[in-house]
Design a protein around this ligand. Structure first.
Ligand code: ZN
Ligand code: ZN
Length: 115
């Protein structure tokens, strides 16, 4: 068994006013993710492409409100979450690590800027 000591999300909140997802982590960090950015980052084969084939997102200039409205988050094993979108799309798996690295809070933004 691989030791997995990365922080894990313990709860989430959908902030409809700001169209953002707020995740609370086991190390007490609160990460912020705009729905729009999450949708554009969907890593599934349909959106991001697979085996050299371009995905749906590469052919789009913009996404509809439905496509960027997050309605739920479902756990995937013990390593990731699947966002469920208002248009029914739910095949993108975001690992905890990826989600955490996408945090848009000031603190994390400063850290990535330094790198
Ligand atoms: Zn997708
Ligand atoms: Zn953060």
């Amino acid at each position: 068994m691989m030791q997995y000591d990365h922080p894990v999300p313990t709860s989430f909140l959908l902030d409809e006013e700001h169209r953002s997802l707020i995740l609370t982590w086991s190390d007490e960090h609160e990460s912020i993710h705009s729905w729009e950015k999450l949708r554009w980052a969907c890593p599934c084969a349909w959106c991001a492409g697979e085996g050299g084939q371009p995905g749906m997102l590469q052919s789009r200039q913009s996404l509809s409100e439905e496509e960027t409205t997050l309605v739920n988050l479902e756990p995937v094993g013990r390593y990731g979450l699947t966002p469920v979108w208002a248009d029914g799309h739910r095949t993108g798996i975001f690992t905890y690590e990826k989600l955490r690295s996408m945090c848009e809070c000031d603190e994390c933004q400063k850290k990535t800027a330094k790198k």
